[in-house]
Design a protein around this ligand. Structure first.
Ligand code: HEM
Length: 413
C-alpha cells in the first residue's frame, strides 16, 4: 500500500531512516507541516516554507542550547541579534575574498600530502601513497582527512594530533545528530568537549603571548567593542570551526563520488570537462545535502501553510526535502549536474537557491572554503585516477537522518 500522510512512517523508524526522501515526498504533497512523533518536532518540507522560516526571527535557533551547547559552548549558531553579528564578524573575513584566497596554497598542499601518503590513519600507522589500481575506501584514505587537515592548518594546530581531532569531532557531531537520545552518544560527546578544551588551554595562552597569523591567534587577540574574547569564547569558536568545517565537507565527498561513480557517464563527463566540477558539487549538495535538516524553536504561535504551530515547539527545516521540492526544481529528485533551473555558483553564497548551507543570518560561514576544498580535492583525484571505478560488487549506501551520506566508498583507483 502506498504511503499517505495518514500512515507515513515515523522518521526514526527503520523504514523512515532507510529512505527519508520517500517520507518527505509524501509530506510535501499532502502534509507540508507534519508533526513527527519520533523526533517530537514539526517537519517543514516545502522550499517556499523553509525559505520563509529561515528568514523569520520567530524561528529562533534556541534548540542549539541543548543540541550543541553542552559540547560546543555558546556558539554562533545559537547567538542572536547584535551579539551574533559582532562575533560572526570576527571569523567571517577569513572565509571570503582575500582572507579565503590566502588559504588556497594550504588546501593544495594538504591534498598533495594526503595523496602522496604519510597522513596518519585514525588507528595506528600511516596511509600509504595512493596508486592507480589500488582498492581503497575513498573516505578512509582521503575524505576523512582533507577537511580536518585544512582546518587544523588554518588554526595552526599540530598535524600529528589530527587523528585526535577526528575522534573528538566525530563524537561531537554524533551528539548533535543524536535524535534517538542514545545515552552513550551523549556521554562521549561531553567527554570529547572536556578533552578538547583542556587540550586548547595552553595553546590559547601561548597564542595570546606570541600571536601568529593563524585563526586561533586572530581570535585570541581580536577585540569586540574594546573587549577581548574570553578563553571560553575562543575555545567555543575553535570547537565550532573544527566541527563545522570537517564532517560536512567529508560527507559531501562521499556523496559526490557515489553520484558520479554509480553512473559512469557522469564520471567520464566531469573528468574530461572540468567546467562540470562546480555543478557536480552543487547538484550533489542539492539532492543529497550532508546536513539534512536544521532545528529551530518558535518563540510565538505561528502559522505555516495553514497549519498552526504553538509557541515553544521544536521544528525542523528539512533541507533534504526543500531541495527536492517539485514546485521549485524540474525532475527534482534526480541528480542532474546539467540542470539550468538554479545557479550553481550562487549555491555557495547563502542565496537560497537551495539550502545545503542553510539560509538567512546563520547561513554557513565556511561555504566558500568548502567549495574550494571540494573543487581542489576533486580535480586532484580526477587527475591522478582517471580510471577510478566502484569496487566489484560494492553498492554505496547512504545512512543517517540528521546527517546523511555513505559511510563507506570502496573504489578501485
Ligand atoms: C559542504 C560543507 C558544509 C555544509 C553542507 C555546511 C552546512 C551548514 C549549514 C546548513 C549551516 C546552518 C545551520 C543552521 O542555520 O542551523 C552552517 C552554519 C555554519 N557553518 Fe557550515 N557547512 C559546511 C562547511 C563549513 C566549513 C568548511 C566551515 C568553516 C570552517 C563552516 C562553518 C560554519 C559556521 C561557523 C556556521 C554557523 C554560522 C552562524 O551561526 O552564523 N561550515 N553550515
Amino acid at each position: 500500500m502506498a504511503n499517505t500522510a495518514s500512515n507515513v512512517p515515523l522518521l526514526l523508524s527503520p523504514e523512515g531512516s532507510a529512505d527519508p526522501y520517500a517520507v518527505y515526498r509524501v509530506l510535501r504533497a499532502e502534509d507540508p507541516v507534519h508533526y513527527d512523533e519520533s523526533t517530537e518536532s514539526y517537519l517543514i518540507t516545502r522550499h517556499a516554507d523553509v525559505a520563509a522560516a529561515y528568514r523569520n526571527p520567530l524561528f529562533t535557533s534556541r534548540n542549539y542550547e541543548w543540541q550543541l551547547e553542552p559540547v560546543f559552548g555558546r556558539s554562533l549558531l545559537q547567538l542572536e541579534g547584535r551579539e551574533h553579528a559582532r562575533k560572526r564578524a570576527l571569523v567571517s573575513p577569513n572565509f571570503r575574498g582575500e582572507g579565503l584566497e590566502s588559504w588556497m596554497p594550504l588546501i593544495r598542499q594538504n591534498v598533495r600530502q594526503i595523496l602522496d601518503g604519510g597522513v596518519q590513519k585514525s588507528v595506528d600507522g600511516l596511509i600509504e601513497p595512493l596508486k592507480p589500481g589500488d582498492e581503497v575506501d575513498l573516505l578512509e584514505v582521503f575524505a576523512h582527512h582533507l577537511p580536518v587537515s585544512v582546518i587544523t592548518a588554518m588554526l595552526d594546530l599540530p598535524k600529528e594530533d589530527e587523528s585526535r581531532f577526528l575522534n573528538w569531532y566525530g563524537h561531537m557531531i554524533a551528539f548533535l545528530a543524536n535524535l534517538t537520545k542514545d545515552p552513550e552518544v551523549h556521554r562521549k560527546g561531553i567527554e570529547a568537549r572536556v578533552e578538547l578544551r583542556e587540550y586548547l588551554d595552553p595553546i590559547i595562552q601561548e597564542r595570546r603571548a606570541n600571536p601568529g597569523t593563524d585563526l586561533i591567534s586572530t581570535l585570541a587577540t581580536a577585540e569586540v567593542e574594546g573587549e577581548r574574547l574570553e578563553d571560553e569564547e575562543v575555545k567555543t569558536h575553535v570547537t565550532q570551526l573544527l566541527n563545522a568545517g570537517a564532517e560536512t565537507t567529508d560527507k559531501t565527498f562521499g556523496s559526490i563520488f557515489r553520484h558520479i561513480l554509480s553512473e559512469r557517464s557522469f564520471f567520464e563527463a566531469v573528468r574530461d570537462d572540468r567546467s562540470l566540477v562546480t555543478p557536480v558539487i552543487s547538484e550533489t549538495l542539492r539532492v543529497t545535502p550532508p546536513s539534512q535538516m536544521n532545528g529551530r524553536v518558535v518563540s510565538e504561535d505561528v502559522e505555516v501553510s495553514g497549519i498552526h504551530i504553538p509557541a515553544g515547539s521544536l521544528v525542523h527545516l528539512v533541507i533534504a526535502s526543500a531541495n527536492r521540492d517539485e514546485r521549485r526544481f524540474a525532475h527534482s529528485e534526480t541528480f542532474d549536474p546539467y540542470r539550468t533551473d538554479f545557479k550553481h555558483d550562487k549555491a555557495f553564497s547563502g542565496s537560497g537557491e537551495h539550502f545545503a548551507f542553510g539560509f538567512g543570518v546563520h547561513a554557513c560561514v565556511g561555504a566558500m572554503l568548502a567549495k574550494n576544498e571540494l573543487e581542489i580535492g576533486m580535480n586532484a583525484l580526477l587527475d591522478r585516477f582517471p580510471g577510478m571505478r566502484l569496487a566489484d560488487g560494492f553498492v554505496p549506501v547512504e545512512e543517517g537522518v540528521k546527517m546523511r551520506a555513505p559511510l563507506e566508498m570502496r573504489v578501485v583507483l
